[in-house]
Ligand binder design. Sequence first.
Ligand SMILES: Cc1ncc(COP(=O)(O)O)c(C=O)c1O
Length: 384
Amino acid sequence: MNNADFTRQYYLDRRKGNSVKWQRGRKANCLPMWIADMDFKCDQRVIDDLSEFIARGDYGYTNLPEDYYKVLINWHRKRNDVEYKQEWIRPAKGAVDAMYQIIYSLTEKDDGIMICTPLYPPFKATIKECGRKVYESKMINNDGYFTFDYKDIERKLKTGKIRMFMLCSPHNPVGRVFKKGELEELFDLCKKYKVLICSDEVHSDIIMPDQKFIPSLALKKYQNIIISIVAASKTFSLAVYSNSHIIIPNAALRRKLITYQRKHHCGTFNAFNALSTYYNYMYGEEWLNTLNNVVYENYSYFREQLKDCYDMTVLEGSYLLFVNIGQYSTEQYAADTLEKKCGLLVNHGETFGKDYGSWVRINLATSLANVKKAVKALKKLTEK
Ligand SMILES: Cc1ncc(COP(=O)(O)O)c(C=O)c1O
């Protein structure tokens, strides 16, 4: 299917209804390009099968489909060359819920946990909420291409106070799909200083052409210290279903997580929510391949039109672009300028890390027509 047909078939007019993204847009009288939520609906077969489940009216205690794990494991094997075992997989209600569970079960109060900023804000918030200490390492920005500052990371790991490194791969908001060498250098440091790695991979299916996503657990020599979080939620825009998976190969760590889950009564999947993952993994591959083309077309257009005006990240994965509005911002925070002057609602850069107030995060998982409106408004801003 080509991109225009995809948009015709799957673009959702979300202005009516309770979409968080569009309701806020409506209130602010802005085009909403904030929050990591797409404006496309799933493949029709998914909608049909979920509708059939609802129409049957059997809402009693329900098992997962018998081949749920097989379908999940096959998806990751086929798309990302990684082999997960069924017994490694534990349920969570979403990726942030998975973070809470991992932090609470595998670290102690006041343990240090490291993140690399700028970063999706709930990482830091969750660490703090759990009573752990945040250690931040600022990423190095080479012309919109962000990478780890290994020297800084090692300096902090050396203190012996850090128990876990929380990785976002692909990275939100800087759009990186990390190379094998980058991950290995990072994981070598974690291994050396006996630090666990929690790898949030919820953006791993949105990968731009010529990029290859490497799941952390595909690097087998580090398997014992890695816990990954995977989900279909970003891939197919399934936030309403709250379903994610914690992949934890190390048996001793897994036992700790299971003990935590039993104690807090959260060790089972919600079968209805899990169906949305299951049907999408069954039917959604072609849909996803075209979605990736749509995101890439939107990004290419955005970059081509605005690269001479604004610094922006190189988008390798996810549909989230980090853009520096700096020199054209009239407010303290660039996002406020875009809301007031351009009619665009975006995420504030400062929420991703200190000193990023001139940056904004723009969501490109929408129609090209919407991206063109945003580009027009951003160009106009440079002309004032
Ligand atoms: C990297 C990352 N992790 C987690 C989440 C949140 O996922 P969930 O809604 O499943 O908690 C997001 C949402 O944008 C995200 O970008």
